[in-house]
Structure formats: structure tokens, C-alpha cells
Write a protein that binds this ligand. Sequence first.
Ligand code: PEP
Ligand code: MN
Length: 337
Amino acid sequence: MIIVMKPQAEEEAILTVSKTIEQAGLEVHLSKGHEVTIIGVVGDKNILNRSVLCQLPQVEKIVDITETYKLANKKFHPEPTCVKVKNAFIGNGHTAIMAGPCSIENEDMMIRTAFAVKKAGATFLRGGAFKPRTSPYAFQGLEETGLKYMKAAADATGLASVCEVTSLEAITKAVDYVDMLQIGARNMQNFALLKEAGKTGLPILLKRGLSATIDEWLNAAEYIMAEGNPNVVLCERGIRTFETATRNTLDLSAVPVIKNKSHLPIIVDPSHGTGVREYVAPMARAAIASGCDGLMIEVHPEPSKALSDGPQSLTLEQFDNLCGELKPMLSFFGRTL
Ligand code: PEP
Ligand code: MN
């Protein structure tokens, strides 16, 4: 439930409504727009007396929110959210380009990649230290050693860093080294992990599950936000369909759907979305045109030698060319990097 106040409602009236809700044992979520303040109610709204609320001074109307996610809901928070990570911004007009290898392999490749992607226009360095691999025999990541390499590269370039965490133990380690935690597709509904990630207070990049609906995805974001962490960025990375020509089916329609339902920023990952190097640039361009708030792209100095996801990784030069194409597109759409 949300209580919409009359335009330019006074502080005192807002406080009266908030207190009435809190006295009933429920939580208040305030969203102050230019004109209108919206007071969101988190908890069991049935214990509130609607007719009492309706009659409080300067209350315009009461609207029921039917969706189970509240804090992630645009009705609760109509203004688009901008998430700040180190010196980078995502959302509300700011576009973030995250780039780097699938897996952190050694310090030299991280430093080399970081300087190259920064020069091209990236604002984040990505890289996996804990890899969720289909086969238990595939490279599993360098864990804490990898985090150290990532921190060295992020410190040297000033880029913000993002790394996936796959367990509670990985979270404990990653918080000391990275600026943003990634929850990967396979863990989108690992509710214990979502809660722990929320508790860290670090910004969270939440990838869409392989077969998750948008409603399930936003409820996963709600798990993080319910821990008091509003800094969630969604990432569309393709879903599983009958199509086998691409690794996944990149659902770009998720971008306008999310924009319609949520205030959270959404970025697109065309690397995992297509799984094929040649398709990454066209889908990156399409993603920008769809109105997303950023991209995550896998880049490797020598993709043929990559320990994971080589076939979908761009070379440093290909990434530079792609950024050259994206810059005029971004200014056409009035967005800044
Ligand atoms: C990754 O970003 O390297 C990754 C494993 O992504 P996803 O969870 O989207 O498969
Ligand atoms: Mn990968």
C-alpha cells in the first residue's frame, strides 16, 4: 500500500501519516519527489485502518500495491534510482560500461585489461574469482588470490570493481577487495545469499536467473533491499529458450518492462546473452537503444587462451572499437558515461 500526499504536502502532515503507520508496527518508506511525496507501507497492510489514514491532513489517495515486491516497485519510488559505486554512477541518465575477463587469471592480464578498457571508456572492471561452472572439473576461479589481482588493477586505474560471489564464505572474502558484488544467474534465487549480500551494504549487481520471470527477478531484488540495502542494479543476461544458435536468448524487452515496473537501474550483458563474439557488438548497440543503464562485456587480452568463456570474449581492440560506436549513440540518447 502507498499513501500519496497532496502536491507540496507539509512536513508535519507527512510525519503524522508516517507515525500512524509506525504505531501500527509497520515500516515506512518515504519517497520525496519534486512535487509529491509517496509514503510506502512495508508489512501487513491489513492491520491499518484505511478510513483513519484517508482522513489525515493532506492525504490525496491510498493505492494498493498488488505486486509482492514493494521497495523495488516503481509505485513506491517513482523517481529512477542512480547507484553510485566508487566514482561511477549507474541509472537516472548515467550509463556504466563494465568490462573485463570472465575469470581473473593472473595479475598481469588484469592490469593490462583494466588499463585498456578504461582507455576505451569503461567505468568498471569485471572479473570472476569464484566461478559457477557447469562442470566440477572446469576452472573454478582463483578465489582470494584473484580478488587481490582485481583490487590491484582497480586501484591502479581508478575503475570500480565488480566480482561474483557464490557463497556466504565468498562474500566474507570479497567485501575486503571489491566495490560491487555480483549475484550470478544461477544464484538469483539463493535467498540466504541474497540476504547476506544485502547485509554487506555494498552495491549489488543482480543477474537474471536462467529461467526466471521478471516478477521473480524483482522479488529477488526485494530480498536484498529488505535488508536495508537500496543499491541494487539488475542485469539482463539472457534466458534459456528452445533456441540453440545462441548460448541464451537475450531478452531485451526486459529493459522496458523493468523500466515500467521498477525504479532500479538495469544493465545488459550481451556476452552471456549470446555466447558468440560476433553477436556481442550488435546486441550491445541494441541494448543501448532499448534504454538500458549500462553494459557488462567480457574482454580478454587473448580470448583463445581464456580459462573460461573465450568464445564470447572480445579482444581489447574489439572492445575499443565497440566503445567508439557506442559513444555517439549514447550522446544521441542524451546519456552520459
Ligand atoms: C559471469 O558474469 O561470468 C557469469 C557467470 O554470469 P551469469 O551468472 O550471467 O552466467
Ligand atoms: Mn563468463
